[in-house]
Design a binder for this molecule. Structure first.
Ligand SMILES: [Zn+2]
Length: 309
């Protein structure tokens, strides 16, 4: 898999690797779905490479095994993965628990001549016990080790963790890069361009729409209801019922898409600034309510009626 974008970030990482430190602790931070994990895996490949070349020579035994790990993660292929590379992420995409950190501590106990790498995806989801358990390892990193934390919300990490990692800030992707990535995934130019308009520098919304086209449809329906003041109460009731069937994460993306649509309308002069600000404010409130898991349908109906008046 070819990484598109993040040339500067990769250059910076390579400069650190050239220092040949015995151990590394990184935090890769930036918007969700921009390729932080893909770069983390390449960094692991570079660190473990027998020839210590660029982002791995892709030919030595170690590089081949890391490539297997990558296929295992992204393509679910059953192949022999690298024994010295461990990737952990939140259980049920909710929380990273202490038992997962204990596994890391165990993993580092046995030594390997080429070193060992742990990648912790969505690191901000570590609970307090997990964070505290990891802290000790970050304070005294094992010999020949690399730990990469990945986060799109680093302010949620403990300050004591933040102070012990080298931060690499990942910039959002450029629109052309998004188009290229979507084309690499098999989309035609037209569709890739259309989705890139909604990307805001990340693949999160395009990928969500590709997985479930209804996300875009519902966002558009809701946008039409509010922006055109095309207010039929039956419309919102049906829409709210449909939206209720979606995951909270998907609903939050719908709200994000609506925000983008509103912004574009504002720029085109189709809506007034005070209306835009009011809508954005209500969308933010709805997002907070959803995160606190107030009933989905109530949030949407509430949002609609607040915007209507
Ligand atoms: Zn290699």
């Amino acid at each position: 898999m070819k990484i598109i974008g993040h040339e500067k970030e990769k250059e910076l990482i390579r400069r650190f690797l050239d220092k040949n430190y015995d151990s590394y602790t990184f935090l890769f931070e930036g918007k969700p779905s921009i390729g932080k994990k893909a770069v983390a895996l390449q960094t692991a490949k570079a660190f473990l490479c027998e020839k210590n070349e660029a982002f791995g020579c892709n030919e030595c035994q170690s590089c081949k095994l890391v490539l297997n790990t990558i296929s295992n993660i992204y393509e679910n292929e059953e192949v022999q993965t690298h024994p010295d590379l461990k990737v952990i992420s939140p259980e049920n995409s909710k929380e990273i628990k202490i038992n997962q950190i204990r596994e890391i501590i165990e993993f580092f106990k046995t030594k390997s001549p080429t070193g060992k790498v742990v990648i912790i995806d969505e690191a901000e989801k570590m609970n307090v016990e997990a964070s505290n358990a990891l802290l000790k390892t970050l304070e005294e990193p094992p010999e020949k080790s690399m730990i990469i934390l990945i986060s799109s919300n680093p302010s949620k990490l403990l300050p004591t963790i933040l102070s012990r990692v080298k931060k690499i800030r990942f910039k959002p992707l450029k629109k052309e890069e998004i188009i290229e990535i979507l084309k690499q995934r098999g989309l035609d130019e037209g569709k890739a361009k259309k989705l890139a308009v909604l990307s805001e520098g990340s693949l999160e919304i395009p990928v969500a729409i590709l997985n479930n086209e209804q996300i875009y449809k519902y966002a558009k329906d809701f946008y039409n209801l509010i922006a055109n003041q095309d207010l039929h109460p039956e419309g919102i009731i049906t829409l709210a019922e449909n939206i209720e069937k979606l995951e909270i994460k998907e609903i939050i993306l719908i709200l994000d898409i609506i925000s983008i649509m509103l912004e574009k309308s504002l720029l085109k002069g189709l809506i007034k600034l005070n209306i835009y600000e009011k809508f954005i404010d209500e969308l933010k409130k709805a997002k907070t309510a959803l995160e606190k898991s107030v009933k989905k349908k109530l949030v949407f109906e509430g949002l609609y009626f607040n915007l209507k008046t």
